[in-house]
Design a protein around this ligand. Structure first.
Ligand code: ZN
Length: 285
């Protein structure tokens, strides 16, 4: 079984889309104690070489967007515990410059997700997101794999109407990563978890071998040969709570039902103002 976890912020303040460093570390240790094997998304490519055992449980940690708190709070924990992870980066946000000093990191203005998103989408996103130098150091550690999460993460992603704009944005993101980090980019993570069948095939034709969604679920190791992969959003819970919560995705019928309901939510844009949407919200889907 392969379970891909989705994180956004690792931060000492309790915010939406955030996990505290204490809980993040506790989650990793609890998964390790349960015998999970940590892999990066590029190791998922090994599926073709049949190197992943069908009997083992694998975990891939992914971070979306490229927030500065990932550098300040998540990376030290990954290094300490020697855990691989993947960062899906919005390439329009990082700036050029030296790494932030320890003192700067200790005095970060810890904001919630909405405020950080506003800064990231402003003319000067630097206060909310990582710099290229910091991303490079994460990558050079050998632990963090960098992949694409679009260039702008902007308005065009909300309604998905402009296929060409979106495709150009993704193509640009791939080029930026290849230019700044000199890497091959084969994985793409959909901003806001939204996509259309047309966009999926366009992205494949750009050379992306695997695409990541926010649809909930785990994957059987021998059935990973699908284009859109599911992930599980991790909230600010303890390690034991996470281990317990993951179990339900390992039962196929239940996992299948969760995936179907989540697909419905995305396809029909069911937010909590609709009746079905509010039920799905209550079910945490
Ligand atoms: Zn995102």
């Amino acid at each position: 079984m392969i379970t891909i976890l989705m994180y956004h912020h690792i931060t000492p303040v309790e915010i939406n889309h955030g996990v505290t460093p204490e809980n993040f570390k506790d989650q990793i240790i609890a998964l390790q104690n349960k015998g999970y094997n940590f892999i990066s998304v590029s190791e998922l490519e090994e599926k073709n070489k049949c190197r992943l055992s069908v009997k083992k449980n694998y975990i891939a940690i992914t971070f979306d967007d490229g927030w500065l708190d990932n550098w300040a709070f998540a990376f030290p924990i990954l290094k300490e515990l020697n855990i691989p992870a993947t960062l899906f980066l919005v390439t329009g946000w990082p700036s050029i410059g030296e790494c932030r000093s320890q003192e700067e990191l200790e005095h970060l203005n810890l904001l919630d997700h909405t405020d950080l998103m506003k800064i990231a989408n402003s003319a000067i996103p630097d206060k909310a997101v990582m710099r290229w130098k910091e991303i490079e150091i994460m990558m050079d550690s050998g632990l963090v794999n960098i992949q694409s999460h679009s260039h702008s993460h902007g308005e065009s992603w909300k309604n998905l109407l402009e296929t060409k704009t979106i495709t150009d944005d993704i193509r640009h993101s791939k080029k930026m990563l290849e230019k700044h980090l000199n890497i091959r980019v084969k994985h793409f993570c959909w901003p806001r978890g939204r996509f259309t069948p047309e966009l999926v095939s366009k992205v494949s034709s750009l050379g992306f071998e695997q695409q990541y969604s926010t649809m909930k679920g785990a994957h059987y190791t021998d059935k990973l040969n699908q284009l859109i992969l599911k992930r599980i959003n991790v909230t600010n819970i303890t390690g034991d709570e996470l281990v317990k919560g993951l179990k339900k995705y390992h039962y196929s019928i239940f996992a299948y039902m969760i995936t179907c309901l989540h697909k419905l939510k995305i396809m029909y844009n069911l937010n909590k103002t609709t009746k079905i949407g509010s039920i799905l919200q209550w079910l945490r889907l």
